[in-house]
Ligand binder design. Sequence first.
Ligand SMILES: Nc1nc2c(ncn2[C@@H]2O[C@H](COP(=O)(O)OP(=O)(O)OP(=O)(O)O)[C@@H](O)[C@H]2O)c(=O)[nH]1
Length: 308
Amino acid sequence: MTTPAPEHRSGFACFVGRPNAGKSTLTNALVGQKVAITSGRPQTTRHTIRGIVHRDDAQLILVDTPGLHRPRTLLGERLNLLVRDTLSEVDVVAFCLPADQKVGPGDRFIAQQLADVMRGRRGTPVVAVVTKTDLVDRDTLARHLMSVDALGDWADIVPVSGVEGFQVDTLADVLVSYLPEGPELYPGGELTDEPESVMVAELVREAALEGVRDELPHSLAVVVDEITPREDRDPANPLVDVRVNIFVERDSQKAIVIGKGGSRLRHVGTEARRGIEALLGTKVYLDMRVKVAKDWQRDPKQLNRLGF
Ligand SMILES: Nc1nc2c(ncn2[C@@H]2O[C@H](COP(=O)(O)OP(=O)(O)OP(=O)(O)O)[C@@H](O)[C@H]2O)c(=O)[nH]1
């Protein structure tokens, strides 16, 4: 009897909480040595990668949300926008509350914003993380956990100490449990540009195959030509140009992908763009070309070029 391959999960998590809540310390504890290799994500996105938790069964990518960890912008107007746009793009949010400080107005404000995220379009789960447990005794911790529980409708509550490593693995397990099934986004836990384009290609491929899977089985490959931020844009409103080629084997298949008067391709573009914008965290101009690469599946040279 063969045992089924264990599922692999991958996705993004974001740590929020008021200044000094212990977010950086916890990030480092979760990621271990790997944080040293993280140099930040390509500038095409709003997210900066703080670290990657790389395990056999999962890859958890910890991203920063600009503004949220800075005291001055914390109460600013931009927070609402950031919360809705950016936090809803991650798979799980970890809200850090230090055990040695009572739940205060700052925490309550963030909790209110997070309630919107949980109720939002994607219903992003929020895990409450009680940090710095090593600084308090058991009774204080118990009381603190109760007030944190009363603060919101958290997916989970996990007490940890980043400094002592207490429950750090448990927190990793909990966060991973909210990630979708998926492959390693950063092979080997290394940051490169590649995964982004692999994911973009996959989104376009999915959209292009939607509804016509029977007619185009496997004869469709998507290659990303470029992902470049548009120059001269207002930094507050960036735009990324994404150019992709969709390869099919025959003219008849090209006609299917494009549809009557280009109607189907436009629909594919709208669908794919929605996913790509969520992935990159920015507005996207998507340029798609449909090309015929005859018998590419049987031609090793073509396969190479298409990245197989
Ligand atoms: N005793 C103890 N101290 C901690 C723990 N985690 C963080 N600290 C301390 O708390 C302070 C703030 O920790 P950070 O990890 O920098 O907090 P942060 O939330 O990233 O802070 P900002 O970047 O200002 O938002 C530092 O002095 C840490 O050493 C912990 O688990 N136990």
